[in-house]
Every structure is written in structure tokens, then in C-alpha cells.
Design a protein around this ligand. Structure first.
Ligand SMILES: O=C[C@H](O)COP(=O)(O)O
Length: 98
């Protein structure tokens, strides 16, 4: 933590390996559970400020069809999009948290 001078520029991504490019997506509950634990780790090991400001994004078969529900989770701050970023539906994923 002491080696990072600006936590505002740090983005943490959670990507379950079984979800990358497979069409299998973590459920919103699964993603929330992991993101919440990552944020709790930051709170314990770094600071409240960092825990509250670091963006924790989810990656793994995000689509227009599942992005709204995933984005509705408290600790899901955005997405790391692979395959769907090459399709027109990408705009819907970009706007999922708008
Ligand atoms: O680089 C992107 C991530 O590995 C997720 O890829 P995906 O959205 O095709 O599963």
C-alpha cells in the first residue's frame, strides 16, 4: 500500500477464470460477495478512504443481457469487457451504471 501514491488511479478487476470468454457469468450475488471481500480487505489493510474510492470491476462474459443486474450490486463499480466490446451491445454495457 505504501508504494501507491494515488489510489484514485487504481482499478481492481475480479475475473473468475471459468467466466472468461466462456459465456458463463458469475451471478450478481457471486460477484458482489467477492467484490465486498476485496473492499473489506482494502478497508482493513489500507484505509477507509481507499476502500471507498477504489473501483472494483467485474470481468467474465459480461453482456447487454446481464450487465444491468451485475451493475446493481453495491460493490460492482464497472466491468472489464472482452468479447462484447466488439459488438454493438457494448454501448448498453457502458451505460449500465448511468
Ligand atoms: O479481457 C476481457 C476479459 O478477460 C473478459 O473477457 P470476456 O468478456 O470475453 O469473457
Amino acid at each position: 500500500p505504501e508504494n501507491v501514491s494515488d489510489w484514485g488511479k487504481v482499478v481492481l478487476a475480479y475475473e473468475p477464470v471459468w467466466a472468461i470468454g466462456t459465456g458463463k457469468t458469475a451471478s450478481p450475488e457471486q460477484a458482489q460477495e467477492v467484490h465486498e471481500k476485496l473492499r473489506a480487505w482494502l478497508r482493513s489493510n489500507v484505509s477507509d478512504d481507499v476502500a471507498d474510492s477504489v473501483r472494483i470491476i467485474y470481468g467474465g462474459s459480461v453482456t447487454a443481457g446481464n450487465c444491468i443486474e451485475l451493475a446493481s450490486q453495491n460493490d460492482v463499480d464497472g466491468f472489464l469487457v472482452g468479447g462484447a466490446s466488439l459488438k454493438p451491445e457494448f454501448i448498453e454495457i457502458i451505460n449500465a451504471r448511468a
